[in-house]
Design a protein around this ligand. Sequence first.
Ligand SMILES: NC(=O)c1ccc[n+]([C@@H]2O[C@H](COP(=O)([O-])OP(=O)(O)OC[C@H]3O[C@@H](n4cnc5c(N)ncnc54)[C@H](OP(=O)(O)O)[C@@H]3O)[C@@H](O)[C@H]2O)c1
Length: 226
Amino acid sequence: MKILITGTSRGIGKATAEQLRLCDHEVREILGQQECDVGNREAVRLYCQKLKQGGFMPDAVILNAGIFPTDVNETFHRDIFDKTFAVNLGGAINLIEEFLPDMLKVGQGHFVGIASTAAFRPNLRAISYPATKIALALALRGFDLHYRDKGVAFSAVYLGPIATNMFEGKKSALVPKAEDVAKMLAGLLESKKPVVYYPFFSTMLARLLLPFSDKSYIAIRKYLLG
Ligand SMILES: NC(=O)c1ccc[n+]([C@@H]2O[C@H](COP(=O)([O-])OP(=O)(O)OC[C@H]3O[C@@H](n4cnc5c(N)ncnc54)[C@H](OP(=O)(O)O)[C@@H]3O)[C@@H](O)[C@H]2O)c1
């Protein structure tokens, strides 16, 4: 399979690109914003044009690049909020925009987007991050409703905490490594499930605790995950 994946300079993206190569897939990577800022529509357009001109038309695109900066402390930082939306939501949409028409022409394709259980709740670290992840998840599920029957599938992956640079909590048995996520994503390229929750325990807990208030949830999560 030909696979394009974004955000592979470290973390989940890096581990996934390595895993996919082990599975004999042909992988192209957008390492990070220096190579191509996925939040910049023009830059993504140029990058994808070059890829297509070079004969690389992906069977699957993994929309992994993301940021989780603090946009709220003594004050609210609108510029950071906008940047987070541009990368986490816009970045996915920019790539979908580039490849969806080609995939629909041949009647096959798959987009995988990395959402988060952060999508279920407001967050003390940022206003934007959870809002981008709920928007991303719903956009992917909307695309899936429209296009799966035409051969192009969309998968929304709700990840719990994963031990990468992005996660600021304590590392424990409840927090898988990037390599574990990579194996799950390699399997997802075969199953093409529309919605995935990973890992089981933290994502189940996040869903079971939905009736609790935001403050209670934050206290329980802090106790369990740091
Ligand atoms: N770790 C977790 O606990 C967790 C939980 C739920 C969901 N997720 C999601 O999983 C995905 C991967 O997260 P991670 O933990 O592996 O994070 P990470 O270690 O911080 O890696 C993020 C990757 O995205 C790239 N990136 C950031 N901004 C970019 C831009 N504008 N254009 C292109 N690439 C860009 C980064 O490269 P540069 O810095 O070089 O630009 C880096 O390679 C993200 O979407 C994240 O929201 C993570």
